[in-house]
Write a protein that binds this ligand. Structure first.
Ligand code: ADP
Ligand code: MG
Length: 177
C-alpha cells in the first residue's frame, strides 16, 4: 500500500537541495514502456545519500555549449543523438516543475542508485546532453514494487498531481534557480 504523503507546509532542511548536472541516456524505458519520459542524471554523493523514493521540486534546462554532439547506443538498441539542449525553445528553458525518482538501478544488480527526472512539460524535442539545474523541495513517497505497469503509471500520475499541487503553494514557489 502506498503510504500517505506527509508534505510539510514549507520546505524543511535539507531542502531546498540545489544541484546542477547534465542529462545522460538510460535504457529508454520511461517513454516506451510507461509513456512518461525521465531525463536520467548521473548519481553523485549527495543524491546517493538520499533515501530511495520520489521527490519533487523545480528544474531549469540550459544548452550545454561545452559538449559536442554525439551518438550513443542505448540499452534498448536505439541510437540516441545528443543535441545538448540546442533545440530547446525559450519557454522550455524557464523554471519548470518536476518529480524525481531515486531508485536502485537494476542494470548494476541493484547495487547503485539511479536518479531520473520527469519534467511536467510537453517538450517538442528531446534534450539529451543538456544541463539541468534542479531544486529538490521535498519527498513524496518511498520506492514501491508494482505487480502491474498500470498500477505504476497510476502512482506516478498521483505523484505528479501531489507535486503540482504543492508547488502551487506560495511557500514552495521559490525555486532559487
Ligand atoms: P532514457 O532511458 O534514455 O532516459 P526515456 O524514455 O526515459 O529515455 O526518455 C528520456 C528523454 O526524453 C530525456 O533525456 C529527454 O531528452 C526527453 N524528454 C522529453 N520530454 C521529457 C520530459 N517531460 N521529462 C523528462 N525528459 C523528457
Ligand atoms: Mg529515463
Amino acid at each position: 500500500m502506498r503510504p500517505a504523503s506527509n508534505i510539510p507546509e514549507t520546505p524543511q532542511p535539507p531542502y531546498p537541495l540545489i544541484q546542477k548536472s547534465h542529462i545522460v541516456c538510460g535504457f529508454g524505458r520511461g517513454s516506451s514502456e510507461l509513456g512518461i519520459p525521465t531525463a536520467n542524471i548521473p548519481i553523485n554523493d549527495s543524491l546517493n545519500q538520499l533515501d530511495t523514493g520520489i521527490y519533487f521540486g523545480w528544474c531549469k534546462l540550459e544548452v550545454n555549449k561545452e559538449e559536442c554532439s554525439k551518438k550513443v547506443e542505448r540499452g534498448d538498441g536505439n541510437v540516441v543523438e545528443f543535441n545538448n539542449g540546442s533545440e530547446l525553445s525559450a519557454s522550455e528553458k524557464d523554471v519548470l516543475p518536476m518529480v524525481m525518482s531515486i531508485g536502485w538501478n537494476p542494470f548494476y544488480d541493484n547495487k547503485e542508485k539511479a536518479a531520473e527526472v520527469h519534467i511536467m512539460h510537453k517538450f517538442q524535442q528531446n534534450f539529451y546532453g543538456s544541463l539541468i539545474s534542479y531544486s529538490i523541495l521535498g519527498y513524496i513517497r518511498p520506492e514501491l514494487n508494482y505487480t502491474t505497469k498500470e498500477a505504476l503509471i497510476e502512482d506516478i500520475n498521483l505523484d505528479i498531481k501531489i507535486a503540482l499541487d504543492t508547488l502551487k503553494k506560495e511557500s514552495y514557489a521559490n525555486s532559487d534557480l
